[in-house]
Design a protein. Structure first.
Length: 230
């Protein structure tokens, strides 16, 4: 019955009543309500309602509901994810103004879940951490081709980027995966990181480097060990 009430209040956007319902709950009931909202309700909501709901939930209790951002996965998968709506930008501004560290956490939650370059670019435009260092940290929290492509783009547009690219390479190589070593080889070749110790099995031709900036598929082709592009 409580779940039905929560669903109805969120659907109609009665935030005052929702807050009073939360306030009347015991700690255990609130935890159950939080779990239901995060795992059952948010993954059903269309884009605009999703962002409006999260905005009001996070304003009510950020620590309890920030992880609800992981529910963007259904929107990313069906192609309806849109960060350029009022509630999403208001949420990003609220976190940046009131809880700057949470912007980094928010970006880190969502980066592994987006599925296209456009989604990634919109995410990093809207929920951009408060410094380039924090943005790099967010991109390095996960290992996906998209996150590596976004990292490559950020490094390309950074002045005096060799030192930063070298630090990123060393961090990435500690993962020990084939994808990580391929990314390190790519960055070493592109940025001329002669200080980077280690031999890479992946050989990158000069003409391939010239294509990286304008063709994401070339980047993914090299990152995946030059497997044939399907």
């Amino acid at each position: 019955m409580v779940h039905e009430e929560l669903h109805q209040l969120i659907t109609i956007g009665n935030w005052e009543k929702l807050y009073s319902t939360f306030a009347s709950m015991s700690n255990s009931d609130f935890r159950r309500a939080q779990s239901y909202i995060r795992t059952k309700l948010l993954p059903q909501l269309p884009n605009d309602t999703f962002w409006d709901t999260l905005l009001h939930l996070i304003k009510y209790r950020r620590q309890a509901f920030l992880s609800g951002l992981s529910a963007i996965s259904h929107l990313a998968a069906d192609g309806t994810l849109n960060f350029h709506v009022a509630a999403a930008t208001t949420l990003a501004e609220h976190l940046s103004r009131s809880h700057p560290a949470s912007t980094l956490k928010a970006a880190s939650i969502m980066i592994p879940l987006v599925q296209t370059e456009q989604q990634m670019a919109s995410l990093l435009q809207t929920f951009r951490p408060d410094s380039q260092q924090h943005l790099i940290m967010a991109l390095l929290t996960t290992e996906t081709p998209l996150s590596y492509y976004a990292l490559f783009g950020e490094l390309r547009h950074t002045a005096d980027n060799q030192a930063l690219a070298l630090a990123c390479c060393r961090h990435i190589m500690r993962r020990g995966s084939d994808l990580a070593y391929n990314m390190a080889a790519l960055l070493q070749a592109y940025f001329g990181l002669h200080e980077l110790r280690g031999q890479f099995s992946l050989h990158i031709e000069p003409y391939e480097l010239s294509r990286l900036e304008r063709d994401p598929q070339t980047f993914y082709h090299i990152l995946n060990g030059k497997r044939p592009i399907i």
